[in-house]
Design a binder for this molecule. Structure first.
Ligand code: AMP
Ligand code: MG
Length: 308
């Protein structure tokens, strides 16, 4: 994968560069350069207690950050990397505090997107939180980054991202593996590979184990709500995203139970709803009975968008 030298040089100069991954676009900076990482926090307006994920392109690089690769970790790495699974390891003491927000663990992922892999392999491991202003929906297209930052942020344009939702975050630093953030790789898939029960972090707890989970995310300016009997499809100030019902109308998008497609498009629909001046985004309810591994992640993101 050819990556223009200006992007590579920018990372080497301690600047930030946005680049595509298969989940969402990341705002990349050298994972060993604290000044560059400080720029990531400042650019995004990200709270400093929300740690970053280190993105690697080479399996050996995990050893530079993680102090221990357990047998379980090895199984998961072999099965799911490169891919949308972030693993939380006990960290090496050299890992910068600004990366981990002072935690004793570090989150690492090897993305599968060819541009991401090429970019990291030509530079170095990169921290890369979603390349949006903190609080806005994650970017799934280069134009979303322009909308948040204008032309002040360099962007490698790789078109629309394939998954559309952020990675699954799995903590394997303790006795029992625990999902801290649901993503497209689901609990069942993880349990099958590990041959062990995987817990799910209880978001209602006062102090979520994944600090990022306590912050508002994913929300457009329009109100997001689940479809109820009070809602009228004739209300043209609302955008409807339907999963089961099919109605042809300008303010209605029909997904016909294609949950992967909804995941891919959700944040773009949120952003476009604001551009088009909709007051509300109304989503037809669905639950985990449908057999798609992306449903828990979709429910997690939509619930966050509706609860703010
Ligand atoms: P983002 O990069 O914006 O997708 O957010 C990264 C997510 O990973 C946030 O929810 C963080 O809280 C979480 N995270 C990063 N590092 C750690 C860690 N060491 N322990 C637990 N969660 C982490
Ligand atoms: Mg984010």
């Amino acid at each position: 994968m050819h990556i223009a030298s200006k992007y590579i040089q920018a990372i080497k100069n301690g600047e930030v560069v946005a680049f595509p991954t298969e989940t969402v676009y990341g705002l990349g900076a050298d994972a060993w350069n604290s000044e560059a990482i400080a720029k990531v926090f400042a650019t995004k307006g990200r709270p400093s207690d929300n740690p970053l994920i280190v993105h690697i392109s080479d399996f050996d690089q995990v050893n530079d950050f993680a102090s221990e690769i357990t047998e379980a970790a090895q199984l998961l790495i072999e099965e799911f990397w490169p891919g949308p699974l972030t693993l939380v390891f006990k960290k090496k003491s050299e890992v910068l505090d600004i990366v981990t927000s002072g935690l004793t663990t570090v989150a690492i992922r090897m993305p599968s997107n060819e541009i991401a892999l090429g970019f990291i392999s030509k530079t170095c491991p990169l921290v890369a939180p979603s390349a949006n202003k903190s609080g806005a929906p994650s970017p799934t297209k280069a134009s979303h980054i322009k909308a948040d930052f204008g032309s002040s942020v360099l962007v490698i344009d790789g078109g629309s991202t394939q998954v559309g939702l952020e990675s699954t975050v799995l903590d394997i630093s303790g006795d029992q593996p625990m999902i801290l953030r649901p993503g497209v790789i689901g609990k069942d898939q993880l349990e099958k590979v590990l041959n062990q029960r995987v817990l799910i972090d209880d978001k209602s707890s006062e102090k979520p184990k994944s600090p990022g989970q306590k912050y508002s995310h994913y929300k457009p300016k329009a109100d997001v709500k689940w479809l109820g009997s009070e809602d009228e499809f004739e209300d043209t100030s609302s955008l409807f995203l339907l999963l089961n019902t099919e109605i042809k109308q300008q303010n209605i998008i029909n997904y016909s139970q294609d949950f992967e497609k909804l995941a891919r498009e959700l944040y773009d629909r949120f952003r476009q709803a604001d551009i088009d001046g909709y007051q509300k985004v109304i989503i037809e309810p669905f639950d985990e009975r449908y057999s798609s591994s992306v449903i828990p992640a979709l429910l997690n993101r939509i619930k966050k968008a509706t609860s703010i």
